[in-house]
Design a protein around this ligand. Structure first.
Ligand code: CA
Length: 244
């Protein structure tokens, strides 16, 4: 997610240079992980560190991160396998891979599996930071055409929505609200954000119209399936989450 929403009103402003980036760092070398964690935290970012591949995959599966920094040689599950399973599960969080090896084959492998960038150890923290910034800038553009949250799929080009194998018919306005929520899955979206994105810019009615449409959506995408995908964040707005 992340950079696609730079400038949006829901952003948290960090102390150093603006955007707080939520980084997942999967690195088993504890001193290196700690060095990177401290550096990123010092820049005002939020860093979630795990030390093995399985924990990395579990953390990435929450889709709560803007970027994943993924070591290749990891206990449990290698960085390659973590990346492969992430992409197979349609988790499109940008991934920067780290490795001690500097063979071009490794690099090709990483890119084939869907890595977004690659950094050879040892690296300087300044270079890592620059590469992360570049990665987040680029990732705003490269989105999968079909949006997925759990078993819910929305295809913006074909204007179709499915829950598993069942097609769901939505009105254009309902579709717009759902698309906006899914594009920001895992993030809190305010009613005003939704109103601006989906209604005419000159719409002067109540923001509560958004509540009405979220209600319609819940009756179509969740209630019949026993799921609960649109979470109400009291006093703020909504958040699209993976149903449990
Ligand atoms: Ca390692």
């Amino acid at each position: 997610m992340g950079i696609a929403s730079v400038g949006a009103p829901s952003l948290v402003i960090g102390p150093r240079y603006g955007l707080i980036v939520r980084v997942l760092l999967v690195e088993d070398e504890v001193p290196l992980a700690e060095m990177v964690r401290r550096g990123l935290a010092h820049e005002g970012h939020s860093v979630h560190v795990v030390h093995d591949g399985l924990a990395g995959l579990a953390a990435a599966s929450t889709r709560q991160h803007d970027v994943v920094v993924l070591d290749i040689m990891l206990p449990g599950l290698s960085g390659y396998r973590v990346l492969e399973r992430m992409r197979a599960a349609q988790i499109w969080t940008p991934v920067l891979m780290l490795t001690a090896k500097d063979g071009e084959y490794d690099e090709a492998d990483a890119f084939d599996l869907g890595a977004d960038d690659y950094l050879v150890k040892p690296f300087s923290f300044v270079v890592l930071l620059a590469r992360l910034r570049a990665l987040l800038r680029r990732s705003g553009e490269a989105r999968p055409t079909v949006l997925t949250v759990g078993s819910l799929r929305l295809d913006p080009a074909r204007h179709r929505v499915h829950r598993g194998d069942t097609e769901i018919t939505l009105t254009p306005r309902e579709f717009g609200v759902l698309e906006h929520l899914m594009r920001h899955a895992g993030e809190v979206v305010t009613k005003t954000d939704i109103l601006r994105a989906v209604w005419d810019a000159h719409y002067e009615g109540e923001v509560n119209v958004v509540e009405v449409y979220v209600g319609y959506l819940r009756r179509k995408i969740d209630a019949p399936f026993g799921t609960s995908t649109i979470e109400t964040v009291r006093g703020v707005g909504y958040r699209m989450i993976e149903p449990r």
